[in-house]
Design a protein around this ligand. Structure first.
Ligand SMILES: CSCCC(=O)C(=O)O
Ligand SMILES: [Fe+2]
Length: 214
């Protein structure tokens, strides 16, 4: 799948949105960086000093895909429809991440921030608010990805990741899935998990180096 044309499609779409005259948005809204090693509040940015940015290309190498869409038209968005059709995402629901709307809010947040994998892709489209997805890079260091309204992100099955709110303390996410949704998280270590093995195999083929723990 990752070697197919689809794999490159996000860039075309990103450029398209960036060209949209009068949209007031540009394609440089992408923000990802290597995390520092401090144990301070996870909701802080945790940039290194000096900052080390991570590009869309570097993320794509890890199988992480990104689109910039217009969140104000999500109910009737042709681009979103195209992505859903191309990738078979026939299921959607909404996750409004605030204490009033989510049962066991604190526990859920804690679980989201516990390093884990899934056996399927994790697909999230941010409609309001913001937060951070952290993914492990090829050297096993944390890469922090800022997600805000209009950002659609796909994490491949088997990638170690976690999620936290940022100081805004609020995010509204659309969750997408292929078929009947399965949200099961498998906490690290998962080296024998078939999804992890497959992910490592694809990564080795693509970038030629094994992932190494620090
Ligand atoms: C808040 S959505 C992202 C959290 C996550 O990794 C998950 O739901 O599995
Ligand atoms: Fe997850």
């Amino acid at each position: 799948m990752h070697n197919s044309v689809l794999f490159y499609a996000p860039f075309a779409l990103v450029v398209e949105w960036g060209r949209n005259p009068g949209s007031g948005k540009n394609i440089l809204t992408w923000q990802a960086w290597l995390m520092d090693d401090s144990n301070e509040d996870p909701r802080l940015p945790h940039r290194r000093d000096p900052n080390v940015s991570v590009s869309l290309d570097q993320l794509a190498e890890l199988g992480v895909l990104y689109w910039k869409l217009n969140p104000t038209i999500y109910e009737n968005d042709e681009e979103l429809t195209n992505i859903r059709e191309a990738r078979g995402y026939n299921y959607i629901d909404m996750l409004d991440l605030c204490p009033e709307k989510v049962e066991n809010y604190e526990e859920k947040l804690k679980n989201f921030y516990t390093e884990h994998i899934h056996q399927d892709e994790e697909i999230r489209y941010c409609l309001e608010g913001s937060g951070y997805f952290d993914v492990r890079g090829k050297d096993d260091r944390w890469i922090r990805i800022l997600i805000k309204a209009g950002d659609l992100i796909i994490l491949p099955a088997g990638i170690y990741h976690r999620f936290t709110l940022d100081p805004s303390n609020y995010v509204k996410l659309m969750r997408l899935f292929k078929g009947e949704p399965v949200w099961t998280a498998y906490n690290r270590p998962q080296e024998e998990n078939p999804a992890r093995k497959e992910y490592i195999k694809v990564l080795k083929e693509k970038i030629g180096v094994p992932l190494e723990a620090h």
